[in-house]
Design a protein around this ligand. Sequence first.
Ligand code: TNX
Length: 495
Amino acid sequence: MSETADVTTLQELLPQPVRVRPKPGVTFTLTPSATIQADTEDARRPAELLAEILRPSTGYPLPIETGATGVVLTGGADEKTGAEGYELDVTTTQVVIRANSAAGHFNGVQTLRQLLPAEVEAKTEQQVAWTVPGVAVLDHPRFHHRGAMLDVSRHFFTPDQVKRYIDQVAAFKINYFHLHLTDDQGWRLEIKSWPQLTEIGGGTEVGGRTGRLFYTQDEYQDLVAHAAARGITVIPEFDMPGHTNAAQASYAELNADGEKRPHYTGIEVGFSSLAIHEDITYRFVEDVIREIAAITPGPYLHIGGDEALTTSDADYATFMSRVLPLVEKHGKTTVGWHEFIKTSEDVRTIPQFWGTTTTDANVAAAVERGHKVIMSPGNRVYLDMKYDEDTELGLKWAGLVDVKDSYSWNPGAYLDGVTEEDVLGIEAPLWTETVTTPADVEHLAFPRLPVAAELGWAPADVHDWDRFAPRLGAQAPRWRVQGINFYESPQVPWK
Ligand code: TNX
């Protein structure tokens, strides 16, 4: 499906669009009286997002109304744009974004943002000419799934902090935001039928800080809406049958021996397990799935399934055979860490590969049966890996991952037996054992999250480090304006 990208790349565009044709001599400049016009229902929210992006820095009112003298979002895009692509055409009098879906409009809006001066990212009014170079873009993604994950269990992040990260990833056309909501150290989402999960299990985190460290269902729904307003679907994760100490600390009956576990504030993995042979476990799991499914508009529910090191293979299979149908019963499609896929016959269920090898027999067998895979190889896109030995934050069990390492792999030909067609897309997880503040999040995610976004979107044949590195470096002025605490890797020629 991918076409050869035009060699005349506009430096600031990341991810690289499929086709960029400069129009010599043409520029468009946004004026104080400019308006934004949304011609189709699909274009309405993207138009609002565009106005929200542009108003603080320009200081212009930018009403959304017909008779646009600024930006027009309309339908009738070339069918090559597919379900998520767009065309963007800059003339001297207008910028026209054409798309046949809301996703396409959101993506076109993010491209226009990158065509404007870096000061567009400022939260206060800037005195600059808001000029866009004349260009005709036709664009669509290589992979449908382009995800970012944040672990809010090991360390809790407030709704505003999560929104900040959602806003940051949206700029790179990320369309899924995976929230790792439960783990040994904390249960972070209110479950009305099991209130102690947050009362007790949401009371602490790695390092032992205490407080109200969870989201109410209203707060979660507000996060989901915030993401949706940026074209992003939330995927909630409840990790099980391992990584469950916080639940086991909240309710005695979730333990095989009937004894409540103490809180856990360290960073070891793999020691906890729900009681596989008790019916109450499955009543609990179904209550959680039912409540979360009811407030999650997206199609997916992530059931974890990783590192259940104290659960026998037989027990693990028993557990999944009872839980996977519950996800389906409540109208959702299962995503899980790739270990679970050996227990699932249903080809709609999706393994998320997080290994560090290029061979995985279970995942290869799964794609043979017809499953699609999300690629998150630990030694490529785990944002919590250290860049080098001097990186203070992060872990290194999957290796040191500098920017060039995170770029130098092909998601469509990485795992033996897993081809481009088997790959739904990529996701970059950020585990937070060592991460406590938004500045920490940014230091690990920037620039590697934009690198992952490039791999998920850009045509395969533009993959070339020497051409990519300057394009990545050209993002720096935008990140400085936003105060993003990015890692200035010496591998990248930062502007
Ligand atoms: C492995 S990746 C884990 C997480 C840790 C992470 C740290 C995965 C499915 N499990 O529990 O946080 O490594 O890098």
